[in-house]
Write a protein that binds this ligand. Sequence first.
Ligand code: AHR
Length: 932
Amino acid sequence: MLALTLAATGLAGAGTATAAGPGVALTADVSRTTSSVNKTQFGEIVEDINHSVEGGLSANVVRNSTMKENGIAHWSAVTAGGGAGTVSLDTTQPLNAANGNSLKLSIADNARGQRVGVANDGFYGIGLAPSTKYTATFFARADGAFHGGVTVDLESTTGTVYAKATVRSVGAKWTKYSVTMTTGRDTPVSTANRFVIAADGVGAGSSLYFDVVTCQPPTYHDTGLRKDLMAKFAARKPGFFRVPGGNYLEGNTLSTYFDWKKTVGPIENRPGHQDDAWGYWSTDQVGLKGYLDMAEQTGAQPLLAVFAGYTLDHTVVPQSQLAPYVQDALDEIQYAIGGTNTKWGAQRAADGHPAPYDLHYVEIGNEDFFDGTGSYNTYRFPLFHDAIKAAYPTLQLVATTSVSSRPVDVIDDHYYSGDTSFFTDAAHNYDGTSRNGPKHLVGEYATTNGTKDNPTGTLAGAVSEAGFMTGMVRNADVVIGASYAPALADVNDFQWPTNEIAFDAGSSFGSPSYWVQHIFGNNTGDYVVSSALAGAAAGLNEVVTRTAAGTVYVTVANATNSPVASRIALNGTRFVRPNGTATVLTGDPNARNTLAAPNTVAPTTTAFRASNSFDYTFPANSVVALKVDTSAPMTPVLNVNRGLSLHVTTPGATDRSVAVTDGVGAASVVTASSPDAAKLDATFLLRPGLADPSCYSLESRANPGQYLSHRGDRITLGTDKRSATFCAVEGNSGIGVSWRSYDDPGRFLSYRNGKLSLAGCEHPADSSFTVGEPWWRSDVSVPLGRSSWQANTGDYLRHQNFVAKTSAITAGSAATDLQDATFTLEPGLADDSCYSFESVNFPGQYLRHYNFQVVLNQNDKSGLFAEDATFCATTGHNGQGISWQAYAYEDHYLRQYAGNVYIGADGGPRVGDAASGWADDTSWQRAAPWAG
Ligand code: AHR
């Protein structure tokens, strides 16, 4: 619960500067945005672990609903007044093919005034509340001489009835019964209750049979999902739900993975399965639709994880047998978003959801780095990728480990650590991540410091996670989102030590980590603002965001044990509204919440006085979000020294790019198959503004040294610093970027009828552009023909037994070594704006990467070979020579290390591969060919 507290002394800061003045300067230019915050920035992962779903999100309070959990576990006979009966498992007359077990109640004695029934003890009890309506459904049949009905009730474990309903008669055929019952006003809030179906004084000598028994209170938006848990999710404003898991998706074997087709349709037709990842029975009553509903009902997108042919016991589906699993994934996506005229879209409609779900991301598998066979890279990811992209080209695909065989849209990183400084130290993990490679999802992360009695962590762990989150938001252009994991745990039975929200049958509480998620979800703007911390000790991390309307959020995680006095400067705005609000989570770093004391660690909101420069003291062990209203305009900040193309924003003209051809600026049609000259004309290198480095100059890729300029209102190429400088502002039409002339600030780069000009903003849409990937992929031109390539160590790139290496080469080296170190540079096999390296002594054989290694292979003319053998030239990362970017894997560059050559990202391709030395290791000098 958030408490709004106004400081007693009026609009005083939560802390004030020390007499010596604040030691830390936090400066933000709130008019300059570096990227957008993603809608998916803060997510959830829900898998069935710790009874998150079965006994948790599933609102059905009846455990072992289908008599498949160790026979009839959690059911017992209940008798009163001298009635007698027993319960047993019956398999003689199945309800249907999916559910063949039933609960048999054999009634021995049951005269008037007596009672014989079945009782279910729920999931560690059944939570009841006063004045609450419960709906029970069950299938039943009777045999022998049973004539009469049954009563259904919710009662205490000692037999006090709180809610009751009657079924007038039960017949000989399986029939579905449905009743509602409401607890009285004086029903105690308690979990010491049971669910009972009983025959009152009838049926002696006969038997009753039950199957698929459910009972639930009102559910969240009528989804069948438990209200308090869903409300907690919704309150923290999640952007996505990564469903369904986790290890739960994979299962231990090919008969226990999440086989989604068995989880849709009427619940009585669902066989359920052993959740052997986590050790309990899953009825699958929530099922695929329930997972999709979790996202939709909390305003989030589902991030759908599909089973990818690998199970936790290391079974790998062979390539020859993978096709049905790929088809299952396609069908699953069709269930989520297909039209109702498709087979699975129709099933979704029949299940009660005709509209498609808001699906944009599909994850292929889970943690496939555990598959040591390499099958994920060689065929599993490619087969899923190709099939899904062919059917649903706009879906973004998430890989669960490094892949070089296909371009990857997003890669899922997981982090767990028991160390409460781990995530503070990880706050800058993504600062150096390549902006040309895949985006990142942090699909699982948490400080794992729960205890055997409490499945949630401490404030210290949560503050550490908040530090990491500041870094992920600062890098929102490359980190699409993150989900703390796992989301839920039953305090009575959990398999994972530390979770976001814990519950029992009656109530729930958020951990300190939950409150961190809550603070970020409710206190993050739509754009990241450039900010800096000076004078801060390690342990303090910040991110500043804003909305388009000018509300600024300064979010700081202080993982130190001392308060930190700071001076906060909000530049780039004339006006700062004085009454800001501070949401503060702080306390004993070792404190945790419990069911009995759920708010030991919870945020409070106070008022403070804000201005363009104000002092604020961040408490020890705290997460603070300061909210301030400003009048700051919006100015995007773009990555300098990179190639880009500018596209017009007119609907239906997505192939129109800004180009300058023969001195005339135009909005030209450029596509992947345009001639090289057209691609070069439409590619610019973004440089710091020649007249003002806070603006930009666009250097022509076709004419290096010439910049996009204006002569009067005409757009052309030139070198005049002022007319070649443009300032990027938020797109005049509300999308993309508009380019304001530096020396004529009332005018913008515009396009009308295909012509570029400098115009006033009377046609706002015409002056908005979107920034795209460059049409010409190489940033620098490299002469074609024979050459050798020298690494910073002085050694030369060569092949040796068809594997790329570096070694010393001199004029006196053996003739074959000289040849091995010589390549013919050709236009790239996959894209002639890049390059390929053909061996001089093995013509037709090219350097290519394969599973990160670089080898010499015969050109097999396949598209995959062409891509793997194509490298784009960029300026050397160490400022000299050339860095060679892998064409199909933009994050990766040709890298040498200790005599070996591979393609590596700045974090390295494998765990433990240090980033240090990366700039030198990926920079190559062109040298005269050793072989003539
Ligand atoms: O979040 C708990 C487990 O951790 C997930 O099931 C799995 O993906 C990871 O190993």
